[in-house]
Design a protein around this ligand. Sequence first.
Ligand code: FHN
Length: 687
Amino acid sequence: MKKIFQLFLLFVAFNHQLSFGQQATTTNFLAESKSQKEQRMKWWKDARFGLFIHWGLYSVPAGEWKGDTSHAEWIRTTAKIPINEYEKFVHQFNPVKFNADEWVKLAKAAGMKYIVITSKHHDGFCMFDTKQTDFDIMSTPFHRDVMKELSEACKKEGIQLCFYHSIMDWHHPDYLPRREWEKDRPTTGANFQNYISYMKNELKELLTNYGKIGVLWFDGEWENTWTHERGKDLYQYVRSLQPSILINNRVDVGREGMQGLTKAGEFVGDFGTPEQEIPATGVPGVDWESCMTMNNNWGYNSHDNNWKSSEDLVRKLIDIASKGGNFLLNVGPTSAGVFPQPAIDRLKEIGSWMSINHESIYETHASPFKKLAWGRCTQKPVGGGTRLYLHVFDWPSDGKLVVPGLGSQVTNCFALANKKKLKIERVGSDYIIDVSNADKQNYATVIVADIKGKPVIYEAPEIKSSSNIFIDEIPVSLVTQIPGAVIHYTINGEEPKMNSSVAPKILVLKKSTTVKAKCFLNGKAITGTSSASFEKVISAAAMNISSPSPGIHYSVYEGEWSSLPDFNSLKPAASGISGGIDISSKQGSDNYGFVFDGLVKIPADGVYNFYISSDDGSKLFIDEKMLIDNDGLHGMSEKNNEVPLSKGYHKIKILFFERSGGDDLQVQWQGPGFKKQMIPSSVFFRE
Ligand code: FHN
């Protein structure tokens, strides 16, 4: 029956030149103002904590296939299960114990404010009642629209429902590329644009039939059929259906691999998506959400008992909030429709901590401190001042909690759990809190310090420069945000004192030097000392070559590697001259490598910073010396290094290999007078 309806839809779509459900929209949602975006994102930023749910057909095999128990939600690909074999799971999927209310209540009790659930993962199976395909939950013995039941349960409990939706689809005949092992699924007739229309029709159903959706969490954007233009179009399309919805950065192709933030440039997406990791520091003005598993897998694996402790999970939540991010913590339900018991236990234990300390997480902002040896801090405006939430992980053995460099005046101090006031006194530029009689809590104890106005932190001055090496001279600036503070500095390695030189606006160094700097206020030192060394170096001489030819040599290799091979010992499958660093001839396939070998024309004497981003491994050589080693099997990740070069031609060599999955190679540089940018083809030459 559904098939006939689908044919009718296609006929209608063809006549209207638009696929069913695609509405032309005139609003440019990317043109919204900063304040409009802040308003749209406020509920999500205030929430700080959400539940990720990976649930689908893959929960039936539960990570095991023919005795191999290392699989999970990727099982169709990692176990190379033919599509007709995999489709048999449809008739086995019958999660009779599923209870949407139970799931939502567990999330709510854990202190989570939103749920992101897989409406469709890479396997293409739709966990909702869709008219676009029979490969959906309504074709299973269960025959219930779990997304409808979840949306009703979320509405009842005041939890915001969100959908994870995979762009990559290993089932739809029009999705490309195929898996490289799928020789039984020819691509003849496959039309990716038709797949995009299909996906938009699915999204139209998800954003029409399940109420207000908080976030569209895209994934699977890394294959070469997905492009920036398609990402921008999809962003606009989703926003046209629910204008206030949030969309992550995986709708486009600008994500920096698993570290998840968005590369510089015009890429779209409302927030970054670090995966299984937490950024080292917050990024002012950048919204991001770290997603993590409780054990090793996103989808259910019945053999995976490597569960993170509740203390570890609570401290991750605190660490993320202290950096201004959100935490999306995952559960992979079983094929019976229940959360694994260890996951339930952890949700409850996290919930018991949150029930006492939630105000130190919700609606908070990143810590004003760069680092606290004993824990983390979050903050929020309260009255005319600021409330600091000091999360103590490592309890001071002497009962004295040192709050370093807090310049602000503290007006009140108490333990959050029982509101018990605590003695606090200033010692120099620090505050000392007497916690000897405070009750230590499980996982982390929160001490509140209310201060006047916005936090003033006596951080050591920042020593700013473009590099730590230079050829002739280098400008250095010494910066502090402390009102009224004066920076004194030395260049002879001694500790700065009141009678040391006062920092000029710009300090120009002409020889190798170590700069030390410290802040003083009313004649007293109020911060520690910052120190940075600068080395005068000799730039590498340019080659003595006249009128080299434009373009760079390239060779392509085929093979399956886990790291860069010795290409010299291999016979290239092809070679020639390339205008620039271009792997498009092989991109989207697997098991291949490239060598680019030639000259780069350096425009002026100076220090040059080279960057190489690759999925999988890569290396960059300048003048036959390895400058960057970015080798290994990894998602798109970037490494950089700098080198002093004289004006003229220098040798450049780039090695790259791709195993399977996403693949890309980008080489950028920054030099005297220009910011980080792709190396233009115009500067590549060959002997
Ligand atoms: O391939 C997916 C994976 O299965 C899982 O969904 C994670 C969660 O963010 N995302 C992709 C891997 O980066």
